[in-house]
Design a protein around this ligand. Sequence first.
Ligand SMILES: [Zn+2]
Length: 700
Amino acid sequence: MDLRILTSAKSPGISGGLTYGSERDIKAGSIVTVPLRNNSLEGIVLGIGEANAKFKVKAIENELYPEPLLSPEHMKTMEWMSSYYCCSLRQALRPFLPGKPWAALLPQGKVYYRLLDSSECKGSKQQLVIDSLTGKDKVSWDRLRSETGATKATINVLLKRNVIEEIVSKEYSAIEHTLPSLTRPTLSAHQSEAYKQISNSTIPSLLFGVTGSGKTEVYMQLIADAIENGKQAIVLVPEIFLTEHSIPRYTGMMDEKYIAILHSRLTPAQKRETWKKIRFGDIKLIIGSRSALFAPAHDLGLVIIDEEHEWTYKNEQSPRYHAREVAEELCRNFGAKLVLGTATPSLEAWYKAKTGKHTLTVLSERYGNAVMPTVKVVDLGNVHFGNNYPFSKTLFDAIEDRIQKKEQVVLFLNRRGMATSLMCLDCKRRVMSPESNLPFTVHKTPSNQFYLQDHTSGATARIPDECPGCQSARLQSVGAGTQGIEAILKKKFPSARILRADSDTLTNPEEMRSLLSKMENGEADILLGTQSVVKGLDLPKVTLAAVLIADVGMSLPHFRAGERTFQLLTQLTGRSGRKVLGEVIVQTFRPDCPEVKFSALHRTTKYLDYELTTREQMSYPPYSSMLRLILRNTDQKHRAEKTTEVIRVKFPTLKVGCSPTFFGGGTNWHILVRGDNPQQILSTIDLTDIVVDIDPLDCV
Ligand SMILES: [Zn+2]
């Protein structure tokens, strides 16, 4: 038979595999060695076909392990990824296997010797070995060598004469595969109903439950079911920081030795060890960030994606996959159950639930009768800021009050607060681009001239003298960064100890943890930051949380800006935690915008339905598919514009636009294509040095 094999050594032009022959029956997913040029390389068997008589192919050298390293279900998922995300098989394989050499993923054999018959002995060296083995069941080679100084030659002689026998035990074959004894949590009536509905569902489930409604207990029951059926379960959490946070809940359920933690910050050796334990050992539950989805769970029965709406589930490097989409394919191949849990469903998941592709399960009651915090909305349109933009007097007073009482404050600014749009202070509308129906962004030319740019279509416009909606002249650029805000706070509250958490001050999850422990130990009064500070809200001394400009994210020229803003606001206002947060202040220029209004009232489904309608009218995802071509080399303007023109002419039904990327410093460009099957364009354009991003999350 002919085998298509992907070798571990990277070689340009063969990222789809090479063909070799084999006399033996070898399964896809197996690990082999093959000759290439003058080397012997390891490789993974991608597929098997009939031998083609026309071409004589080289034969493989060895099969390194009798069972495939990757299951047929994993292989099928990998091929799907390569085709769906338009990447090579080599790129698609990468998340499935830890670093090379792949042979290091195989169980290592341990050699033992046992005495059979001591009468045939000659010489003192042989006698030493026999003495050492006498009266024992078996002795390992390592021990025998160190005790007797015996060489392999001596051993071989004894083996040949049947004086001793050799026993090779595989690292994991000695394990008596057992099932953990499981402690199941007690469920409330609501939880029990949700659990039954998900159990009985034959399609993926969306478990929609506010924070504190008890989703975890439902997860635990489902995990227990999977394990009792002899299957493995994977739980994905959006951030590594949360992986460790969630472990104690699950170790309370079963012995730790059945649980594996898998995330991208493990060392290569740790990753390899964990991988082997999952593939060959006794692991039943795998917890981790998005990469844990690719754990070699051969008996996968359940995948849970907690906080499914989080953007960290999208991989922003090739393969540019979304864990939610890959999980759906993986579960389909395994016949496994998929559960998406969230308090603020993504529009994609909500759409699938609405159209019957997912089962919708709602957990509405709060566990243990926790209460919602009071939400105060401050209309920034009526505030005279002086030099203190964007602080209102209401917010200053509330902060002052907490500092007096020695309580703590968390101040929150949307991730990209610097995205500046032009807003009318009278009608509260933003100056919009007619091309994309998204807000224009304010930019400055090198000669300090302000102008507007549409980052979706690439259109530009001059700054208008008056509001296009109501003709008011009161147009203001709105946007703010954490640094400027920190400076204002320092001036206003000189005695307050302020911590800042944003992409400038945080480079890894440990730093966030250190900021939070400073807050916990009372070493700081105010925590100011971007979305990561939401995690600070579970701290007991935090009694005030405030969003500085709730609608600032809405200035971002992005069709997901509203959804993102709503998710962040809901995390703040819908938070009960185990302690009552007290007060939430939401400052906004548009107190009536649906994101602010619905989140303050805790009306999530109302918002989702509203946003779905908007997407449908504008034919944005999930009502269309989208792809993004990223051109990263210097000065791509000409190529981007030319390519866009080609697509427009050839595919008139698709919507296509190009612009410099928002954070690309003017040299990086991207092309956004949306409509029905935008992938059809890919075969008609030259993709050299172009990054293809299917279903992009970030499209600014
Ligand atoms: Zn106006």
